[in-house]
Ligand binder design. Structure first.
Ligand SMILES: C[S@@+](CC[C@H](N)C(=O)[O-])C[C@H]1O[C@@H](n2cnc3c(N)ncnc32)[C@H](O)[C@@H]1O
Length: 241
């Protein structure tokens, strides 16, 4: 278990946000912003026209978030009873916090309520679970990055990893959830962290055109060393109201 979950989360956030449709105007909520460590990453991706609201139940955290990202409106409040009017946000981010709310379903209802029609929610949450982990050669990650650059949509997390989040999102009224999963580990590229949770069958069709014959063989050999490990997995979810 990592003592610092946040450092390896930042490259994963940048990586997923790069292929996410985000608003470039309006009010965007960073729900449970903490001291605002992720705010510069989120603000950078949304652009200067967006007005950020940083909300947390902890007053000191809200103060620190405003220091971390000046021009942010800080609000001390409860994610399960947001002090915001209906449909006032073009997007809601909730990073590393959903599991801390006493009731995640109520928090999701609140995110849904404050979003504009067609507004987007972006949630990253870490969980510990037993999963088959494959240590692929780096060439596989490079090939996957090339496939994404060529316009292929990112791989969705395996059905078992999607199950819990997707149920909660549907219950709150969100549509089209896209859920990606990453092994939270220091010093590996986000693409490697994502691929580690897939089997060769899951990735083969997408990636084979981007691999040389030798690397293809290396990948096939890697499947022999799959191990079930207790790992920290980050689920990154996007959905539309
Ligand atoms: C692990 S921190 C994550 C902070 C930030 N999102 C980040 O990724 O750096 C979780 C935050 O959730 C906040 N929090 C917990 N329960 C909350 C609630 N009911 N309403 C609002 N914030 C809450 C805590 O005060 C804490 O700042």
């Amino acid at each position: 278990m990592f003592t610092d979950l946040h450092a390896p989360l930042i490259p994963i956030l940048r990586y997923t946000l790069a292929t996410t449709i985000l608003p470039s105007t309006g009010v965007v909520l960073d729900l449970a912003c903490g001291p605002g460590e992720k705010l510069p990453v989120l603000a950078d991706r949304c652009g200067p026209e967006v007005q950020f609201v940083a909300l947390d139940i902890d007053r000191e955290a809200v103060g620190a978030a405003q220091v971390s990202q000046p021009d942010t409106n800080g609000i001390v409040g409860n994610g399960m009873a947001l002090p915001l009017r209906d449909a006032c946000c073009t997007a809601v981010f909730c990073i590393a916090a959903l599991g801390l709310f006493a009731n995640a379903a109520i928090a999701l209802d609140e995110m849904h309520r404050v979003l504009h029609p067609d507004g987007r929610v972006f949630i990253a949450t870490a969980t510990q679970l037993w999963a088959p982990v494959t240590h692929w050669p780096e060439a596989l990650a490079t090939a996957y990055e090339q496939a994404l650059m060529a316009g292929h949509p990112p791989l969705s997390a395996t059905a078992d990893l999607q199950e819990y989040s997707s149920q909660l999102l549907h219950q709150a009224g969100f549509a089209a959830p896209q859920i990606r999963a990453f092994l939270l580990a220091p010093s590996i590229r986000p693409s490697q962290a994502e691929l580690a949770l897939f089997s060769w069958n899951d990735v083969r069709l997408l990636i084979t055109p981007y691999l040389s014959h030798t690397n293809l063989q290396h990948c096939e050999h890697a499947t022999e060393s799959v191990e079930i490990e207790l790992c920290t997995v980050v689920l990154v979810t996007e959905a539309i109201k």
